[in-house]
Design a protein around this ligand. Structure first.
Ligand code: AOF
Ligand code: ZN
Length: 347
């Protein structure tokens, strides 16, 4: 893989999470083996990666090669088409890693028609970066990551509800970082009532995700930490038409006729949250898994056995399904985090 294309993908990876609902894209302009410009798409509505890089390169762009993590766009959206700017700057060659399947008209073709040499240079790393973007666009649903901290026997608490801490402090740090890579963290009302979590990323350099609580009850007590900090209002999604908010609670309320997970996710997508993470108890976790709404699963597993009567095992279903219908995931990566293991899986 070309080192400049790798650099463009690095840029895109570093900015993942801050461009929602647009994809994160990096671009590098090279002339005679010298980088003359680079850029990244920083925020939805703002200039695309190629435009930032072209601005930096100025006159040097003429006759140069541009490396982009995603196929340059060809449409007038919130910004004019990058392919047009590339042509206008008299770029000589374009190399990109992933085809933008969401475009009606191919940027690749538009560039070729203008006499530019265009190469699609596939990269698994970049494909993984954009998979969620394509899924979201097609379904108008956010990409859903489910995070679980569990014991070897799949428990998220003891039968007497002790849950702090099953996995260790290194996992805790990893989770704070993971939160900041998501637009929103979704949890259930019961988790908020029982565990009183903050669900923030708590580090200055990290972005704070929007906190979202799903509940079928009509209020929360005022003293819960999540409603009483300086953060943005917590979004509450509920089916309770008479849901009550006290004056000290920092809440944005969304009422749905029925508290249905698909409708809640679609609502979040339309509000601009395209990468969400579920951190909840077995009840909500099980609903997400059973309804096939989990795109990515991140399991932190502690090397300990908890035992008990099967309570707080994180995936429980009312019906028993045949083994041939078991939910199948693919392992993407495994890492040792402190004393625990982290497994990333996808559908
Ligand atoms: C690129 N470079 O840096 C990005 C691209 O509404 P707009 O004008 O911002 O267009 C958004 C669409 O452009 C988005 O859905 C995706 O297809 C593409 N994103 N394309 O050439 C970029 N962010
Ligand atoms: Zn563009």
């Amino acid at each position: 893989m070309n080192q400049f294309l790798e650099f463009a993908i690095d840029l895109a990876e570093k900015l993942q999470g801050q461009t929602s609902t647009n994809p994160s894209v990096g671009a590098v302009i090279v002339k005679e083996d010298r980088i003359v410009g680079f850029g990244a798409h920083l925020k939805k509505g703002e200039a695309h990666a190629e435009i930032q890089a072209l601005k930096m390169a100025g006159e040097e762009a003429k006759g140069a090669t541009i490396y982009v993590s995603l196929e340059p766009c060809s449409h007038y959206g919130m910004t004019p088409p990058c392919s047009k700017s590339i042509i206008d700057h008299e770029i000589n060659a374009v190399v990109y890693a992933v085809k933008d399947r969401s475009l009606n008209k191919s940027g690749h073709d538009m560039l070729v028609e203008a006499g530019i040499s265009v190469t699609h240079s596939p990269s698994t790393r970049a494909e993984q970066l954009y998979e969620s973007f394509f899924v979201q666009q097609e379904l108008e649903m956010p990409f859903v990551t489910l995070k679980v901290s569990t014991s070897l026997d799949g428990k998220v608490a003891t039968d007497t509800q002790e849950s702090k801490w099953i996995t260790g402090k290194d996992v805790k740090q990893d989770v704070l970082k993971l939160r900041s890579n998501h637009d929103a963290i979704i949890t259930g009302g019961e988790t908020v009532r029982k565990d009183n979590p903050l669900l923030t990323s708590r580090t200055e350099s990290y972005r704070e995700p929007q906190r979202v609580v799903l509940t079928r009850k009509s209020h929360f007590v005022e003293s819960l930490d999540i409603f009483n900090d300086e953060q943005k209002p917590v979004i509450i999604i509920t089916d309770q038409s008479n849901f009550k908010i006290t004056k000290n609670q920092n809440i944005k309320l969304k009422k749905l006729d029925e508290l249905n997970l698909k409708a809640a996710l679609h609502y979040l997508y339309t509000e601009g949250y395209s990468n969400v993470m579920v951190e909840a108890g077995p009840n909500l976790i099980s609903q997400f898994i059973e309804q096939n709404l989990v795109d990515q699963l991140i399991i932190y597993q502690a090397p300990k056995m908890i035992g008990g009567q099967g309570k707080y095992q994180y995936y429980q279903t009312h019906d028993v399904y045949p083994l041939s219908e078991a939910k199948q995931f693919k392992i993407i990566s495994t890492d040792i985090i402190g004393e625990d293991v982290k497994i990333v899986l996808r559908k």
